[in-house]
Design a protein around this ligand. Structure first.
Ligand code: G6P
Length: 599
């Protein structure tokens, strides 16, 4: 989704901003723009399409100055076009703003501003902000911004410059914003990824805070005027983890990082047979757990339900965050809402947390991005320590989420004196090695992918704890290859999807050893007798199934509770290779955003 970058310091702001915009590309965007102040003039260039195009533009090459802002836009109000992309200016072309979020009352404010003779150039909600600031601006930019913000309903991450001021004003409500603290320079961004090259010290702005950023200082106030003493955080991600290295795509790199990222999720949390992951007092009185998330994270929540109910015997509900927040949920005493999120910024997940809190539930996060809004708003939580995930299609974050949910289930069992299954513990310890073994299938899966790259549809089936793996396999494929794919519990096949099966239809069965593996055999036979093209994910010893399959992908045997982590990696590779063989932009699939910060 939209990304913000701002700079004030001693370097050429254009370079820092273009570099920053490239770091924000992975979030998804359709257009981009930049404004630079140079010698008291404000210059702005915008372009539809990739940052590369913006960078090549002669007008951009001619930009020189030490203060500037830039933006990647992901269209919400108004289609992708030059006029709708940011920065937006005021009538006198003196002020420039970049905005993330949605201004809900923009129509009434726009009417008011038009009646006061303001001329608008775009169809966006964002443009009213530059005009409102213009309306209030005499000689104090911060004051004018605060007056404008007081009128806004909705969400914003905002950076503002004015050609007569040596400062950048930043503000936030609902959309993330960080300020990177360099010695004689400051970098403002919606994403810590764009700041790391320059500094590892950041201030996370909180809702309704406004920062006046000079090259040497940052002064923060609340919109109500109250002064704020900001906390400076140190970021532990190293810049190398944000580069592709020897891999063709970030997604492939991230798939191959999984032995290490899973090891990081386990580190220090599993000693002998003891699990140390949270403070016991936080979970002692829990009677019910509600897992909530969006997208891939919602699939890990579905697996979490199987794990927690089976291992810790606590009832669990799973809700899409977007549904939870509006369905007037019943919260009972002893309810814990667990929000799962890679980015820690997903708007619906954040809103679900706020709703649950309002209704009296305690809240916990399972989050990857340290310091993200969700991680700061929940009562307590577990970090994944998977490092930055750049590919839009989530891979390593998913397997780390499932690992964290498994540790959480074991921890809950431990606090209730329920016997922890020894096999699960011993297999967890072997997991990073087994993940390495699945990755050895990559070449073979690429070969298999060659015969499916032109398929138009795919079906994925799994049972029990591997049903969500079928959903995730289908999601990965549709996200990056644009092949229509659906996942189902295998027993549901007869209730609809079987009608689709013919000799063109690839059908993937996740059929590793489990309590239900015998039952899946009859589904496989039914597909076989209708001529479907069968791919089976199974364990080496499972000879019985192999005779039905056109292709078999063998993955290491493990405990059933851990099998989703191993099985999904085979499906990540299948989706990746099919998309790559189709020459698609795997890391930046069309229309998708890495971090969905609006409803
Ligand atoms: C977007 C991303 C998905 C992700 C989902 C939830 O749709 O493209 O990869 O699973 O948001 O994001 P979160 O950061 O909350 O896990």
């Amino acid at each position: 989704m939209c990304g913000i970058i701002g700079y004030i310091g001693e370097r050429n702001a254009r370079e820092v901003i273009l570099e920053g915009l490239k770091k924000l590309e992975y979030r998804g965007y359709d257009s981009a723009g930049i404004s630079i102040i140079s010698k008291n003039s404000l210059k702005t260039v915008k372009k539809v399409g990739r940052i590369k195009e913006l960078e090549k533009d002669k007008k951009v090459k001619d930009l020189f100055g030490k203060i500037g802002i830039g933006h990647t836009r992901w269209a919400t109000h108004g289609k992708p076009s030059e006029k709708n992309s940011h920065p937006h200016l005021d009538c006198k072309k003196k002020i420039a703003i970049v905005h993330n979020g949605i201004i809900e009352n923009y129509q009434s404010l726009k009417k008011l501003l038009i009646s006061e003779k303001h001329k608008f150039n775009s169809d966006t909600d964002s443009e009213i902000i530059s005009h409102l600031i213009e309306k209030f601006y005499e000689d104090n930019l911060e004051e004018a911004v605060i007056k404008a913000l007081r009128l806004l309903e909705g969400t914003f991450g905002l950076a503002v410059i004015s050609k007569d001021k040596e400062e950048v004003i930043a503000a936030k409500r609902g959309s993330p914003l960080v300020i990177g603290i360099g010695k004689n320079e400051k970098i403002i961004s919606s994403d810590v990824a764009a700041v790391l090259k320059y500094t590892d010290k950041v201030i996370y702005l909180k809702d309704d805070e406004v920062a006046v950023v000079h090259k040497k200082t940052v002064l923060i106030r609340k919109i109500n005027g109250q002064k704020v003493d900001p906390k400076i955080h140190k970021i532990k991600w190293d810049i190398k983890s944000m580069e592709k290295g020897r891999f063709k795509h970030f997604m492939l790199k991230e798939i191959f990082e999984q032995p290490e990222t899973i090891r990081n999720a386990l580190r220090g949390r599993l000693s002998r047979s003891k699990i140390k992951i949270l403070d016991e007092k936080n979970v002692r009185d829990i009677k019910r757990i509600i897992l909530t998330a969006c997208g891939t994270s919602w699939h890990s929540a579905l697996i979490g339900k199987y794990l927690i109910e089976r291992i810790a015997k606590i009832p669990v509900e799973v809700d899409y965050a977007s549904e939870f927040r509006y369905r007037k949920p019943l919260i009972l005493e002893g309810d814990l809402l667990v929000a799962i999120s890679q980015s820690g910024e997903t708007a619906d997940t954040l809103a679900a947390i706020r709703e649950a809190k309002k209704l009296g539930a305690s809240t916990m996060g399972i989050v990857n991005v340290v310091g993200s809004t969700i991680s700061r708003e929940v009562d307590f939580g577990i970090y994944l320590h998977a490092g930055p995930e750049t590919g839009v299609a989530s891979t390593k974050a998913f397997t780390s989420q499932v690992t964290a949910l498994l540790l959480f289930s074991l921890f809950l069992a431990q606090t209730r004196s329920i016997r922890i299954p020894c096999k699960t513990i011993s297999e967890l310890k072997k997991l990073p090695k087994k993940v390495k073994d699945v990755l050895k299938n990559s070449k073979k899966i690429r070969e298999i992918s060659k015969s499916f790259k032109d398929s138009k549809n795919f079906l994925y089936f799994g049972r029990g704890i591997n049903f969500p793996v079928a959903l995730e396999g289908a999601l990965k494929l549709k996200e990056i290859s644009y092949i229509h794919a659906e996942g189902y519990p295998a027993a549901e096949m007869k209730h609809g999807p079987i009608a689709l099966i013919d000799k063109e239809m690839p059908v993937v069965f996740v059929a590793t050893k489990s309590e239900l593996s015998k039952k899946i055999v009859s589904n496989i036979e039914e597909v076989k007798s209708r001529g479907g093209r069968i791919i089976i994910i199974t364990n080496p010893k499972n000879k019985e199934l192999k005779k039905f399959a056109e292709y078999v992908i063998e993955v290491p045997s493990t405990d059933e509770a851990i099998s989703p982590i191993i099985n999904v990696i085979a499906l990540q590779l299948l989706a990746y290779h099919i998309a790559d063989l189709k020459n698609l932009d795997v890391d930046k699939p069309r229309n998708l955003a890495k971090s969905v910060t609006v409803e």
